[in-house]
Design a protein. Structure first.
Length: 366
């Protein structure tokens, strides 16, 4: 049986090399909270530390939970009810979190990630082995923001390129011409809730190298997505609409999309992500401007069977001036190697974390 002995929360801000612009907002500073859990194994009498990260943003433009809310949920709802709690596995721990509150998916994800990491160290297994991942390397994609140089980004060796668009300002004919210039490259289009009704007429003209369209309409409008999916041949993939397992059930019941952008950091954690992957026909792993720690978790998830499309996991050199892990995640001909060390499989860079710390550390002792 496992038991949490202490939790440390360290808010940090990662600085992007250049602003990343979407239909929602423009991001230059990425807030995260590093979660350090001290976990005790009653069977072996061992005590180890595991690390996770809370991946909510600093506002509500993308999701209905921000960093302030996440920290409050961890401190005031989750941790007080976990004192003296003992569990057999990360999956059991995740189930407990889901019962404690229906909300706080980002908060639960960060805490659960640290538990998976700690259990991996205790069992001397990688996260990939713990969850049943199989692929040594996984195909990856890169997101091209509204302010990025399209042609420069196309030189990067990725299996798929995701194009961010803003439905209010998008030049559809220009976009179609750009896609036709690269007939052998796979693309997806991410509207971040910005589609307008008049945009429908252009969808039939999209070339076959567009694998799917991500989140055309607003987060709460499952019905409109269902109507669109019924009218087009392209796959729709929902992102902003999905913040927990119940949202996925709603998506499936309404036939709102036949693909799913799986982001463990926003749907309650790794266990929920595994459940989501099993629920849908075309799951794939999305990204949220996360650190190397979070992207290493995404790599393990992307190594599971039945992942339909290359995952949004970029090279370490893509976004941040400095990261919180020492290892570099390197793209090689469109693939990144999955970490195989114990737990999540990467080494925390505590000097970098100290330099990027943005608020006081919060310590909770049991």
């Amino acid at each position: 049986m496992y038991q949490i002995k202490s939790v440390t929360l360290t808010p940090v801000i990662l600085i992007l090399k250049q602003s990343f612009k979407t239909a929602h907002t423009e991001t230059k500073r990425r807030p995260l909270t590093i979660v350090q859990v001290t976990l005790f194994d009653h069977l072996t009498q061992q005590e180890v530390m595991g690390y996770g990260e809370i991946q909510s943003f600093d506002d509500f433009t993308y999701a209905p939970e921000n960093q302030i809310m996440s920290l409050s949920i961890v401190q005031n709802i989750l941790l007080p009810q976990l004192q003296d709690y003992q569990f057999k596995s990360p999956e059991e721990f995740a189930g407990r979190l889901n019962k404690l509150t229906a909300y706080g998916s980002f908060a639960k994800s960060g805490l659960e990630m640290a538990i998976w990491d700690a259990v991996g160290h205790l069992k001397k297994k990688s996260l990939q082995r713990l969850i049943g991942g199989t692929e040594r390397k996984v195909p990856v994609s890169v997101a091209i923001g509204l302010a990025d140089d399209f042609k420069a980004m196309m030189k990067a060796q990725y299996q798929r390129h995701k194009l961010k668009i803003d439905g209010a300002t998008n030049d559809w004919q220009k976009l179609i011409d750009l896609l036709l210039d690269y007939p052998n490259q796979h693309f997806s289009i991410d509207a971040n809730c910005s589609f307008r009704d008049e945009d429908f007429s252009f969808l039939a003209a999209l070339p076959d190298n567009v694998d799917f369209i991500e989140q055309p309409y607003s987060a709460n409008d499952f019905v409109k997505h269902a109507q669109l999916q019924a009218r087009i041949q392209q796959h729709l993939s929902l992102d902003e609409s999905v913040n927990n397992i119940d949202d996925i059930a709603t998506m499936l019941d309404l036939h709102a999309a036949d693909a799913l952008t799986v982001k463990q950091g926003k749907i309650g954690g790794i266990s929920n992500a595994i459940m989501a992957i099993k629920m849908v026909d075309k799951p794939w792993i999305g990204g949220m401007l996360t650190s190397g720690l979070g992207r290493s978790v995404d790599l393990a998830l992307a190594s599971l069977p039945n992942i339909a499309f290359p995952s949004d996991i970029s090279d370490s050199s893509r976004y941040f001036e400095r990261d919180i892990i020492k290892e570099k995640l390197v793209v090689d001909r469109g693939y990144i190697t999955v970490p195989t060390g114990f737990g999540i499989g990467v080494t925390m860079d505590f000097d970098a974390i100290a330099d990027m710390q943005s608020a006081n550390t919060i310590n909770i002792q049991y």
